[in-house]
Design a protein around this ligand. Structure first.
Ligand code: HEM
Length: 127
């Protein structure tokens, strides 16, 4: 298996895991479950997100793709940053149910748009 294929498999696996772990933690949050306090729940999502970003950087270097020259790529990076911030807000800071659901909606929309842009290689904003 060449390095590009390996990085791509890692990237896609990390994408699936980050979404699954976010949904699981949001489900536990809504139920007020003590499962959120487990040690692995505090560690594994950070490891997965680190693999997601490291594999993304590896793909950019291997292909190679300069994000500044490809609007779909820098816009995807902005969406991922927004996803990380809203994810943190929803899981750690949001107080009311409305702000939790609003943050959850924004986080999911960011992921959906990032995924769509990755496949289509089309920017969202034509700047
Ligand atoms: C900083 C964050 C990210 C960067 C810089 C990044 C960058 C990249 C790059 C360079 C590729 C390879 C494109 C190719 O093979 O031609 C790729 C593939 C892909 N990425 Fe990301 N990615 C990031 C995060 C994400 C996230 C959060 C998602 C999902 C929501 C995602 C979904 C995908 C998918 C589905 C592909 C495969 C596209 C295809 O082969 O058609 N990426 N990404």
């Amino acid at each position: 298996m060449n390095t590009y294929i390996l990085a791509k498999h890692l990237h896609l696996t990390a994408v699936v895991l980050t979404i699954a772990l976010f949904l699981l933690r949001y489900f536990w949050l809504l139920r007020g479950s003590g499962m959120l306090q487990q040690k692995w729940v505090k560690i594994v999502p950070h490891v997965v997100d680190t693999v997601l970003l490291a594999s993304a950087v590896a793909l950019c270097l291997l292909i190679p793709l300069n994000p500044l020259q490809h609007p779909w790529l820098w816009q995807k990076i902005l969406l991922v940053i927004l996803y990380i911030f809203t994810g943190y807000f929803v899981l750690k800071r949001a107080q009311g149910l409305l702000s939790k659901w609003l943050g959850f909606g924004v986080a999911m929309a960011c992921l959906a748009m990032a995924g769509k842009m990755a496949v289509s290689k089309q920017a969202l904003l034509m700047l």
